[in-house]
Design a protein around this ligand. Structure first.
Ligand SMILES: [Zn+2]
Length: 145
């Protein structure tokens, strides 16, 4: 079972192909630690709201349900960049698209502590897939610990 933090209340779906993303630091492959974000209504396309704090919310384009995918406040060993807190902006691709499939990587330490819980993340990655161009775009690449 893939873990995700306690604040995320939606569903997930495994990634079924090898995807290479041109990241902020270097290109990387999305492996089994990455999952598609899926709404409780089974829809998998979302509008994506991001702040530089960072926080990430996604809104289902079918039923309008909103999900908190990432909020640095939930991770005890990190602190966000306060001026950006709550300053959520709609993510758009260069081609102007606002609706995406969303891939989250809630990455956990390889050797977890005994008392590790689902909020003990190492790192968080958010990648979106533009359903029109097929392009994968890294939106957030945040060290959580
Ligand atoms: Zn929905």
């Amino acid at each position: 079972m893939h873990k995700h933090p306690s604040h995320y209340k939606g569903l997930t779906r495994p990634i079924d192909t090898t995807i290479t993303v041109d990241g902020r630091f270097n290109p990387y492959e999305l492996d089994q630690d990455y999952v598609y974000v899926v709404c409780a209504c089974q829809h998998d396309k979302f509008r994506v709201l991001v702040s530089g704090y960072p926080e990430v919310k996604v809104i289902c384009t079918k039923c309008e349900k909103e999900y908190l995918v990432y909020d640095v406040d939930y991770y005890p060993t990190t602190c966000g960049y306060d001026p950006e807190k709550g300053n959520l902006k709609m993510f758009k691709s260069e081609s102007g698209n606002e609706i995406f499939q969303v891939i989250a990587g809630w990455l956990y330490p390889e050797e977890p502590e005994e008392d590790e819980d689902e909020n003990c993340l190492d790192w968080f990655i958010l990648v979106v897939k533009d359903p029109e161009s097929g392009e994968y775009i890294e939106v957030v690449n945040d060290e959580s610990a």
